[in-house]
Design a protein around this ligand. Structure first.
Ligand SMILES: *[C@@H]1O[C@H](CO)[C@@H](O)[C@H](O)[C@H]1NC(C)=O
Ligand SMILES: *[C@@H]1O[C@H](CO)[C@@H](O)[C@H](O)[C@H]1NC(C)=O
Length: 430
């Protein structure tokens, strides 16, 4: 009975989210933004209007979110022009200068300066944001998830360009609940430091406040699909559970943990040595870098001796971010965890942590192998960088966040999504 209920819950949740999204779509219209007579004055300052002269306003976001072909064609034409890209680009120097005057910066960028509801105040979140370039993507992400009651730890890669570090330091200095990680590391793709970056933020966040309930980690090219209120309601419905990909490790990935590696010339390389089994013979599961976990899971990561041993063991494996969180999620005694039996396996599509479109899983609906419709943007290392044409489908999914977005690829996708979320957040006030 319990199992049945657990299975039905995501379905019901999806239904609620879909209906909610449809309702919002019916309300949303680019031209009407800011003219809602029911809007209380104190929140009007947070509305995204067309008055700020952003070049993206030429698009019709309400039509785009409905999947209107003509509006999408127009958006595509716009994104193909060099001038348009130039005009929407926000350089690092802008942030460095603008954030000198924090009050003005927050007003002009329309950051929320008050919580929107008591319900949200009562359920604070902790975010780890691991970034290495593209400040504009980071700032748009921070702006859309920022609320005064949450906590945000930002890890900027130690080897990032000076202007990237300066710009992000300047932005974070404007908020008491947004801070730079105390220990930044040099991140190496597919190697241990990627995990260490999140670990350092976890420790800082855990120490920064005892109040937050859930932890979510992000990279600079993620973007939410839900408002803060929707996110906390979905998290409450997990009833203390965690939500992340965690599956039996496929045989073709076993080499990753069977062989030792080291970092040379900034890259991960095999050491030619075989590794021993994991401590306590813990079953190693497969997942990804992005997790939605309760505070107790983070406490375990920081304090549980079995996990500290697992962490030491994992330091010379390949792509530890793609098995460590998944493995911890299946350890007995970790809050919100599940038994390791494969009956409890959860895929990335079933977990709510992150929506990612892998190129080889795309296809048309009805084709037996396809997992999701084709990418409407373009691919980077086999992952879809979303285009405006992906939005309608994405907003029907249950995931809290999606990866990847890039204002250099499709600024309209980001623009329409942030506008939709802000309008929805303000509409939730009534
Ligand atoms: C946007 O598109 C909708 C149709 O989807 C249309 O009703 C509306 O007038 C359009 N708005 C603008 C500003 O063109
Ligand atoms: C926790 O924060 C306090 C200051 O608030 C600091 O003194 C202490 O070193 C921190 N501990 C850790 C483990 O970061």
């Amino acid at each position: 009975m319990r199992l049945l209920k657990r299975r039905q819950r995501p379905l019901l949740l999806t239904l609620i989210v879909v209906l909610g999204s449809l309702w919002m779509l019916s309300l949303l219209s680019c031209s009407k933004a800011g003219k809602d007579p029911a809007s209380p004055l104190r929140y009007r300052q947070f509305e995204y209007t067309d008055d700020d002269g952003s070049p993206e306003k030429a698009c019709n976001c309400s039509a785009i979110l409905r999947g209107d072909r003509e509006a999408l064609e127009q958006a595509k034409l716009l994104t193909l022009t060099k001038d348009f890209h130039k005009s929407v680009r926000i350089p690092d120097e802008y942030y460095i200068n603008a954030a000198q005057d924090c009050r003005k910066f927050k007003i002009s960028r329309k950051y929320l300066t008050v919580p929107l509801s008591q319900e949200e105040v009562d359920f604070p979140l902790a975010y780890s944001m691991v970034v290495h370039h593209k400040v504009q993507n980071f700032e748009r992400l921070l702006r859309v998830i920022y609320t005064p009651q949450n906590f945000y730890c930002v890890h900027v890669d130690k080897k990032s360009e000076a202007s990237v570090i300066s710009a992000i330091e300047a932005i974070t200095s404007c908020f008491s609940n947004v801070f730079m990680v105390s220990q930044a590391v040099s991140v190496v793709y597919s190697a241990w430091p990627r995990v260490q970056a999140d670990l350092n933020c976890m420790a800082d966040l855990y120490n920064a406040s005892t109040k937050w309930k859930y932890f979510i980690n992000l990279c600079g090219q993620d973007f939410p699909l839900k408002t803060n209120l929707e996110i906390i309601r979905i998290l409450r419905s997990l009833q203390g559970g965690n939500s992340l990909e965690s599956e039996t490790m496929p045989p073709e990935k076993r080499w990753r943990v069977a062989n030792a590696h080291h970092i040379a010339d900034g890259q991960i390389q095999p050491s030619g040595k075989t590794k021993g089994p994991p401590p306590f013979n813990l079953p190693v599961l497969s997942g990804n870098a992005y997790i939605v976990v309760n505070r107790g899971y983070i406490r375990s990561v920081l304090e549980d001796n079995r996990i500290l041993a697992l962490i030491e063991w994992a330091k010379d494996t390949y792509s530890p971010d793609e098995f460590l969180w998944a493995t911890i999620q299946r350890m007995p005694g970790v809050p919100g965890s599940m038994w390791p039996n494969s009956k409890y396996d959860i895929t990335d599509t079933n977990a709510i942590a992150r929506l990612v479109k892998w190129e080889w899983h795309e296809g048309s609906q009805g084709s037996p192998m396809a997992v999701y419709p084709e990418c409407q943007g373009n691919h980077v290392r086999g992952i879809c960088v979303y285009g405006a044409g992906d939005l309608q489908w994405m907003l029907e999914q249950h995931h809290l966040f999606a990866n990847k977005f890039d204002t250099d690829t499709d600024p309209i996708a980001v623009y329409c999504l942030e506008k939709y979320l802000r309008q929805k957040a303000l509409a939730e006030l009534y």
